[in-house]
Ligand binder design. Structure first.
Ligand code: GLY
Length: 359
C-alpha cells in the first residue's frame, strides 16, 4: 500500500512522483519503460514567449513553470550528478515574409508593453549573433530569456532523483481500469489514497475513469545533426520549423505536427520538409552528418490546453494533455498536483484546465 500511485513515467509523471516523494510513499507505474515515449522525442524548448500572442492563463502557466526551472535543474543535477545541458542562450524568431513579419511585430509590441525583455532586430544584427544563418530576413525577434534542456538527459536525472527520494518504479505494467482509490491490472488491484493519471496519449483509455477526456496523438517528426563546435548558440524559429542547438554538439531540427492517430513512422515527406527548412535557415547545415531521426506523439486536447485536476472518481487526478509543452510544464504540474494531493489550493488558477470542460 502506497500513499500515491502515479500512472505514467514520462517527464510529467516522473516529476510529480519526485515532488510527492518528499512527503508521501510513491509508486510509479509505466506501460513500457519510463521516459521512452513522448518525452524521449521532445526537443526541450523552454520558450513560452516565442509562441504567445497574449498574456492569457496558459501563457501565465508556462511562465510560472519557467520560473521554477533554475531550481528544478539545480536540484536535479545535484541529486543525480548528471548534466542536463540546460541552456539560457535565448531564442531568435525569424520572419522572411510580410505576413510572418507582421506577426512578429505584433508579438514584439505586446511583449514589450508587458515588460518582457524582447528585442526587435535588423538582419545585420542577426548575422552578428548567428553568422551561419543564410535565410533572407525581413524582421527578427530576440527573446533572451528563452531556454532549452536536453529531455533525455533530463529524464535520466529525474529518474535518478526519484530513486534517491525513495520512489518505487515498476515498468511494463498496463493498467486496465480505475475505481475509487484503486487501480486494476492483470487480475490484480492496488489501492492508494491518491492516484495520478499522467499517461499522456494513453490517458483516455482506462475503464471506469470519469469524466472521459478527448486526448489524441499529434505526431512530430524530428531529427538531429552533428554541428561543428559553437556553430549555433541560440534557438532559432522560422516558419513551422526550429533549431535547438545543444552544448553537447547536436543541432535538433523540428518538427512536423501530424494528425495521423498512433501511426509513428518517419516519412520522406516529413523529413523532406524538415531538411528543406533547415537548409533554408542555414545552407551551412548541408554538410552536417545526420545523427538520428525519430518521431513522438504529443498528447493533444481539442483546445490544446492540458487537463489538470480531480476526476469524478474519488482519489483520482488527471495531469495530462500537455501537447507541445510537457517538458516546460513539468515543474508547475508537479507543484499543482502536490498541492491537490496535500489538500491545498494550487498557487495558480487551474480552472481553465478542468477535466470536466469537455463533458
Ligand atoms: N514543443 C515543440 C514541439 O512540439 O514541436
Amino acid at each position: 500500500m502506497h500513499d500515491v500511485i502515479v500512472i505514467g513515467g514520462g517527464v510529467i509523471g516522473l516529476s510529480i512522483a519526485r515532488q510527492l516523494a518528499g512527503s508521501k510513499s510513491v509508486l510509479l507505474l509505466d506501460r513500457g519503460a519510463t521516459g521512452q515515449a513522448t518525452s524521449h522525442a521532445a526537443a526541450g524548448m523552454l520558450s513560452p514567449l516565442s509562441e504567445a500572442d497574449n498574456q492569457g492563463p496558459f501563457f501565465q502557466l508556462c511562465r510560472a513553470s519557467l520560473a521554477l526551472y533554475d531550481q528544478f535543474i539545480d536540484e536535479l543535477q545535484q541529486e543525480s550528478g548528471l548534466n542536463v545541458a540546460y541552456s539560457k542562450e535565448g531564442l531568435l524568431s525569424l520572419a522572411s515574409s510580410e505576413a510572418s513579419a507582421a506577426t512578429l511585430r505584433q508579438r514584439y509590441e505586446w511583449q514589450r508593453q508587458a515588460g518582457f525583455g524582447v528585442e526587435l532586430l535588423l538582419p545585420n544584427q542577426v548575422k552578428k549573433m548567428e553568422p551561419l544563418v543564410t535565410v533572407p530576413i525581413i524582421d527578427a525577434l530576440f527573446m533572451p530569456a528563452e531556454r532549452s534542456v536536453a529531455p533525455r538527459r533530463l529524464l535520466n536525472a529525474i529518474r535518478e532523483s526519484c530513486f534517491a527520494r525513495g520512489v518505487e518504479i515498476r515498468t511494463g505494467v498496463h493498467v486496465d481500469a480505475i475505481s475509487p482509490n484503486t487501480i486494476h491490472f492483470a487480475h490484480t488491484t492496488m489501492q492508494a489514497a491518491s492516484i495520478i493519471i499522467a499517461s499522456g496519449v494513453w490517458s483516455g483509455e482506462f475503464e471506469g475513469l470519469k469524466p472521459r477526456i478527448p486526448i489524441s496523438p499529434r505526431k512530430g517528426q524530428i531529427l538531429s545533426l552533428a554541428m561543428p563546435a559553437g556553430a549555433f548558440r541560440r534557438m532559432i524559429r522560422w516558419g513551422h520549423s526550429y533549431f535547438v542547438p545543444r552544448s553537447t554538439g547536436e543541432l535538433i531540427v523540428g518538427a512536423t505536427n501530424e494528425d495521423v492517430g498512433f501511426e509513428s513512422a518517419v516519412t520522406p515527406a516529413g523529413l523532406g520538409r524538415l531538411l528543406t527548412d533547415a537548409l533554408a535557415i542555414s545552407s551551412d547545415v548541408g554538410s552536417y552528418p545526420i545523427l538520428e531521426t525519430w518521431t513522438g506523439l504529443r498528447p493533444a486536447t481539442p483546445d490544446e490546453l492540458p487537463i489538470l485536476g480531480s476526476t469524478a472518481v474519488p482519489g483520482v487526478y488527471y495531469a495530462t494533455g500537455h501537447y507541445r509543452n510537457g517538458v516546460l510544464l513539468a515543474p508547475i504540474t508537479a507543484s499543482i498536483v502536490t498541492d491537490l494531493v496535500e489538500g491545498r489550493d494550487p498557487s495558480i488558477d487551474i480552472r481553465p484546465y478542468s477535466p470536466s470542460r469537455f463533458s
